[in-house]
Design a protein around this ligand. Structure first.
Ligand code: NDP
Ligand code: 2IT
Length: 448
């Protein structure tokens, strides 16, 4: 395969979609050898069919704010691929959302979901609506207007959304409620639902916990103990907070958080009580991370408009905010300060330059589609419970999550281990394993 020609042609057709092209390029560069091994793939132009989404729904969402003003946002659902199961993936509400970002996320989701071993295709949706600063009633009206447009494209065996940036239990609840009203059916069409109406235990925790479980698997390959290690986290939302919770349980030191206004660094690590304060600040009061720094000037430094990476001496980095939040300079700073492992909670948080730095330094580096797959895995378990109309215990879901993360690690090792060395290229491993399952399914199902 001529990877460069393929990417050049895709860039020509989709010239204003840099995040989408970035995500495709990484995968295409990983799977070239495997693709060439099976000429049948080429004969049915499998790669192009796998890289271009099956379908995109886009629409205007009009809603009324608390002052009576009519507001308009864009809404989208990218249904990327359903070869191995119904479309599945989160919904993002953030002012930065555009089609390029949702296309990259839906593309990544397809490979991630394949790695989980559960029957889920890949999708992503969202809007440039920002819940920040909106009242609960404004968020509710927006969610209802959004679902009024989208509901015909969803269903428990068609397309099952969940949360992502700006979409948590509150938003999923509002969207689920309106979906139920529009369809007059109670089905498991959303995951991340409240526990009282079909949600799974451990779903809120799953992405963060799963990332730590994946990290433990990586550290084990080098005989490294997590205890006492300093871990830099970015973000302070769902993924970041539950990553920190699990790390503290395991005796690691959590030394940073961030949000879109800036970063806090606590060089000695936060205590359990301080974690609880941050957790309450973010989840109960929807506060800003700066407020913690204001309350603890003695232990904590606040860096406005910055990310944590250049300000930490971290053994481990777990970026958990957003795409392209670790660039080449950040990576070089992390490495210079002794970083030995990077495990991505966010989707595509490292730029290609940063990934090159981590891999050249041969540290442990896990891409998001492997390391953060715990969230969608427990979404898959929520779908299974909904189908059975049963609820599993926390212990059962957590045990399955650990197994799934260990299995994803094993797949990365199988396809990513370099010949003649112990080094595991987790990018190549995850992309190849994820690709092969979807590719086999597409081959078996014919051209459509
Ligand atoms: P949340 O909305 O709960 O938290 C997002 C956090 O990242 C907030 O602290 C937010 O700050 C910060 N952030 C968002 N956008 C930016 C930006 N452009 N620049 C700087 N900071 C930003 O989302 P999640 O924790 O759910 O998602 C975090 C990442 O994890 C995303 O990449 C998501 O795709 C990925 N992910 C999420 C999963 C899930 O189950 N929720 C599963 C797998 C991956 P602020 O509040 O200021 O915007
Ligand atoms: O990026 C992701 O994997 C998610 N936001 C979770 C998707 C899901 O369907 O649970």
């Amino acid at each position: 395969m001529n990877e460069k020609a393929f990417i050049d042609e895709l860039s020509r057709r989709f010239p204003n979609e840099p995040e989408y092209i970035q995500a495709v390029e990484e995968v295409v560069n990983s799977i070239g050898d495997v693709y060439d091994k099976y000429p049948a793939f080429q004969r049915v132009n499998l790669l192009e069919r796998l890289c271009v989404p099956d379908r995109i729904v886009s629409f205007r969402v009009s809603w009324v704010d608390d002052k009576g003003n009519v507001r308009n946002n864009m809404g989208y659902r990218v249904q990327h691929n359903n070869a191995i199961g119904p479309y599945k993936g989160g919904i993002r509400f953030h002012s930065s959302v555009n089609l390029s970002i949702l296309k990259f996320l839906a593309f990544e989701q397809t490979f991630k979901n394949s790695l989980t071993t559960l029957a889920m295709g890949g999708a992503k949706g969202g809007s440039d609506f920002s819940p920040r600063g909106k009242s609960d009633m404004e968020v509710m009206r927006f969610c209802q207007a959004f679902i009024t447009e989208l509901y015909r494209n969803l269903g428990p065996d068609t397309d099952v959304p969940a949360g992502d940036i700006g979409v948590g239990a509150r938003e999923v609840g509002f969207m689920f409620g309106w979906y139920k009203k529009m369809t007059r059916e109670f089905t498991g069409t959303f995951t991340g639902k409240g526990l009282d109406f079909g949600g799974s235990l451990i779903r809120p925790e799953a992405t963060g916990y799963g990332n730590v479980y994946f990290l433990l698997n990586m550290l084990a390959t080098r005989g490294i103990d997590i205890k006492g290690k300093a871990v830099a986290i970015s973000g302070s939302g769902n993924v970041a907070l539950y990553t920190a919770e699990k790390l503290l349980q395991l005796g690691a030191k959590v030394i940073s958080f961030s949000d879109s206004d800036g970063a806090i660094v606590v060089p000695e690590g936060i205590t359990q009580e301080q974690f609880q304060e941050i957790f309450d600040l973010k989840t109960l009061y929807r506060g800003r991370i700066k407020e913690f720094a204001d309350n603890h000037p003695d232990i904590c430094t606040y860096y406005p408009h910055e990310r944590p990476w250049k300000h930490v001496r971290a053994d481990i980095a777990m970026p958990s905010a957003t795409q392209n939040e670790v660039d080449g300079d950040d990576a070089r700073a992390l490495l210079a300060n002794g970083c030995i492992a990077v495990s991505e909670g966010a989707n595509m948080p490292s730029t290609p330059d940063a990934i090159r730095e981590f891999q050249a330094a041969r540290i442990l580096y896990a891409p998001g589609k492997a390391a953060n797959a715990g969230g969608v895995s427990v979404s898959g378990l929520e779908m299974a419970q909904n189908s059975q109309k049963l609820n599993w215990s926390s212990e059962e879901v957590d045990a399955r999550l650990k197994d799934i993360m260990a299995n994803i690690h094993a797949q990365c090792e199988k396809y990513g281990k370099e010949e003649g060395s112990d080094y595991i290229d987790y990018v190549r491993g995850a992309n190849t394993a994820g690709f092969l399952k979807v590719a086999r399914a597409m081959m078996a199902q014919g051209v459509y």
